[in-house]
Design a binder for this molecule. Structure first.
Ligand code: NAP
Length: 335
């Protein structure tokens, strides 16, 4: 019998999630049935969507997220012991996975970690996982970057944003990133962003005007709110906006979300295209993104960075730390 621990959300979040909103539940796992595998988590992800999706789930629920785990016992010959598996089982140390997914929800279907050779398996929840696919498809499919164009990305030093900016550079664009502290700004310029700006201290419009005097062709929006209105108001004709997330309001009271400057004049007069997306749209094509991203990492063109917290007991701290902007690159927990 294996004893497993997992985080259960027992109270709906209000504002920044509190430790007390979670309960750690211990349970002896039952014997495996055919088509099931027992896995031990190695890397667990903490992501903004866990905060954003909270209000959709009645409590109590198991805290979902992606994790990379190793098969310890198997009743599915496709997943022998030792196989590394990416699943959406979330914040738990051991768990049983039904390898068929057990439902129609695409997130429930586990898959084998792509071969990473000498790269860290942690990339399976980052650059070679859901955030990598988000950056890849959001930028390439919606913004359709062309060499010489100017791309702006917010949340630029985070998991998705730092990949978006680097892929923009690979595509020959001029890339401007906004991030929340000077150390992040310095790192972004080190990895090739043409300009990085601290949105907490700069005059956003003036700094952007200086960095992109001819205007912005593409905006990859990770944060929403007023900064997005300011950026969209500096776009060039036929600019493209990919709306990926709006983390600036995830901890706000949903009945009192902040107001921002209206966008319609810029959308109309500049004939802009603005499109929201969910990365699940391209789930069948994720392997294509992963193969390309692995190639870019191996060639040195893409440098994924991780912000590692250690220990099952520290997952909550890693989560809140990420929401507070403590992470540079992908926030992950090493189990
Ligand atoms: P991340 O950027 O690694 O981490 C979150 C970052 O958000 C923090 O480091 C912080 O950086 C920033 N932040 C926090 N509060 C903020 C605020 N009030 N204003 C501006 N920035 C703030 O997270 P991620 O996983 O890459 O996710 C980035 C965005 O993509 C999120 O909005 C997420 O929901 C979205 N997303 C969407 C999809 C999709 O399918 N559409 C998939 C994945 C992620 P600073 O220090 O710079 O403030």
């Amino acid at each position: 019998m294996v004893k497993a621990r997992r985080y259960v959300v027992k109270k709906q979040f209000s504002g920044l999630p509190k430790r007390d909103d979670f309960e750690i539940v211990e349970q002896e796992l039952p014997p495996l049935k055919n088509g099931e595998i027992l896995v031990k988590a190695e890397w667990v992800s903490v992501d903004p969507y866990q905060r954003a999706y909270n209000s959709r789930y009645p409590v109590p629920y198991n805290q979902f997220s992606f994790q990379v785990a190793v098969v310890k016992d198997s009743k599915d010959p496709q997943y022998p012991i030792g196989t590394r598996v990416v699943s959406h089982k979330g914040w738990c140390d051991y768990c049983i996975i039904d390898t068929t997914g057990g439902s129609l929800n695409p997130t429930d279907k586990p898959y084998k970690l792509p071969p990473l050779n000498n790269l860290s398996p942690s990339l399976g929840v980052g650059a070679v996982g859901m955030p990598g696919a988000t950056a890849y498809f959001g930028l390439l499919e919606l913004c359709k970057p062309k060499a010489g164009e100017t791309l702006v990305v917010t949340g630029a030093a985070g998991a998705v944003g730092s990949l978006v900016g680097q892929i923009g550079k690979i595509k020959g664009c001029k890339v401007i990133g906004f991030a929340g502290d000077d150390a992040k700004v310095k790192w972004l310029e080190e990895i090739g962003f043409d300009k990085a700006i601290n949105y907490k201290t700069a005059d956003i419009s003036a700094a952007l005007q200086k960095a992109a005097p001819k205007g912005v062709d593409m905006y990859f929006d990770n944060v929403g709110g007023e900064i997005s209105s300011l950026i969209i108001n500096q776009m060039r004709e036929f600019g493209r906006v990919a709306v990926c997330g709006s983390i600036s309001s995830y901890n706000e009271d949903p009945n009192k979300t902040p107001k921002a400057t209206i966008l319609q004049p810029a959308l109309v007069f500049k004939q802009l295209k603005i499109e929201g997306f969910l990365v699940w749209r391209w789930i069948d094509r994720w392997p294509e993104a992963f193969a390309q991203i692995i190639k870019w990492i191996n060639s040195g063109e893409l440098k994924p960075r991780e912000h590692v917290t250690e220990g099952f007991d520290k997952i909550y701290d890693a989560f809140v730390g990420m929401l507070n902007g403590e992470n540079v690159g992908k926030a992950v927990v090493k189990m």
